[in-house]
Ligand binder design. Structure first.
Ligand code: SF4
Ligand code: SF4
Length: 111
């Protein structure tokens, strides 16, 4: 079977782990992006993300989660040791750290 194109990292991202070619349940994509369907803000783990970074509502998860496909970004984030580190790397890759930081500061001020 040929290597799926989506697992080929762009040249500016030296692959951290060429062995990650599928979901290893690292939790990054359930935590880093904002997910409108779940009203989940950027950089915050989904409320349904359970222990071991497994989805607690897997059977009824929304279409956006069902349709998400692992890609080369998994190789960048999944090998990192903590969920926090994986979230940060995911945000960095998509250039979203500043936006996530601003949201965090806003919620700190509101709280
Ligand atoms: S970022 Fe990739 S490896 Fe991590 S949970 Fe999402 S699909 Fe799976
Ligand atoms: S609903 Fe489940 S699969 Fe979707 S973001 Fe939340 S934890 Fe992840």
């Amino acid at each position: 079977m040929s290597w799926p194109q989506r697992f080929i990292a762009p040249p500016e991202f030296a692959p951290r782990s060429p062995v990650v070619a599928g979901c290893t349940a690292c939790g990054a994509c359930c935590s880093a992006p904002d997910i409108h369907a779940l009203q989940k803000p950027l950089g915050v783990p989904c409320a349904h993300l359970g222990s071991g970074c497994l989805c607690a509502v897997y059977a009824t998860r929304p279409a956006v989660c069902r349709n998400y496909q692992p890609d080369w970004v998994c190789g960048e984030v999944a090998p990192l040791p903590t969920l926090e580190a994986r979230i940060q790397r995911f945000l960095e890759i998509y250039g979203l750290e500043a936006e996530a930081g601003a949201l965090e500061r806003r919620s700190d001020t509101a709280g």
